[in-house]
Design a protein around this ligand. Structure first.
Ligand SMILES: NC(=O)c1ccc[n+]([C@@H]2O[C@H](COP(=O)([O-])OP(=O)(O)OC[C@H]3O[C@@H](n4cnc5c(N)ncnc54)[C@H](OP(=O)(O)O)[C@@H]3O)[C@@H](O)[C@H]2O)c1
Length: 224
């Protein structure tokens, strides 16, 4: 059995990834502020193994305990363990118009939380001698800058630097980051040209292909 820990599974790309991971061979553990009831009832009706942690990634002090609790759910005969840091938020506003607490919240959800979850994942999974991979969902906005996107771009650039740093530091646990292009999710509800957007299902397929078939430790890649 493979175990997948996925943040941001309540909608968008995360929900599409979660749906693709529901299978008899997988144990799926989801994290987001709101439970994805449709996903849970699908898993229930098809008798797939799934746990859901309703959790706000902004609660930094509780992130380590969250990961410890998650890893306690994992069966000792697990074959491979995966962490997908997918949850994120975005603002599109000039920096002086953003509330200071909102700046801190974005950096916490998009960057600090994945860093702490990575740290705790490595620490608490040490007794498990299995394949362990972490995938961070980044964005072309890490280098492709736009007015109003400073917080989001900074968080994704930080996430990529973190990914590369962990790549040279760790060898038992592998890490990479994938940059989806524009996807039709709530994040782009106000995007003018919907024609250029890929579906969340397409993005999920690409992300899972990199995680499971084309994984490159320490690398940052475009999803398509
Ligand atoms: N959409 C795109 O075009 C695009 C392009 C490049 C990269 N990306 C990246 O792809 C990833 C997924 O984006 P998306 O478009 O699918 O976004 P989305 O539809 O807005 O979904 C974001 C997910 O993150 C969760 N989340 C947000 N704040 C959270 C918090 N405080 N605690 C826990 N979970 C939280 C949300 O769940 P709750 O609200 O229930 O908490 C939701 O499940 C992100 O990392 C994004 O940066 C997206």
């Amino acid at each position: 059995m493979n175990c997948f820990i996925l943040t941001g599974a309540s909608h968008g790309i995360g929900e599409a990834i979660a749906k693709k991971l529901l299978s008899n061979n997988n144990h799926l553990i989801c994290v987001s502020r709101t439970k994805n009831e449709a996903l849970l009832s699908l898993a229930n009706s098809e008798k797939h193994r799934m746990d859901y942690f309703e959790f706000d990634l902004n609660h930094v002090e509780e992130l380590d305990t969250l990961m410890r609790n998650i890893l306690e759910k994992i069966s000792p005969d697990v074959d491979a363990l995966y962490l997908i840091n997918n949850a994120a938020i975005v603002f599109n506003q000039p920096i002086e118009e953003i509330d200071p607490s909102a700046i801190a919240r974005l950096l916490t959800i998009n960057l600090v939380a994945p860093m702490i979850l990575t740290s705790s994942f490595i620490k608490y999974s040490k007794p498990l001698n299995v394949e362990k991979r972490m995938l961070n969902v980044s964005s072309g906005s890490s280098f492709n800058l736009s007015p109003g996107g400073s917080c989001y771009s900074t968080s994704k650039a930080g996430l990529e630097t973190f990914t590369k740093s962990i790549g040279i530091e760790q060898s038992d646990v592998k890490i990479m980051a994938v940059r989806p292009n524009m996807v039709d999710t709530a994040m782009h509800a106000a995007t003018v040209n919907k024609k250029n957007l890929k579906s969340p299902e397409y993005a999920a397929d690409r992300i899972l292909t990199f995680l499971l078939e084309r994984f490159e430790h320490g690398k940052i890649v475009k999803a398509w």
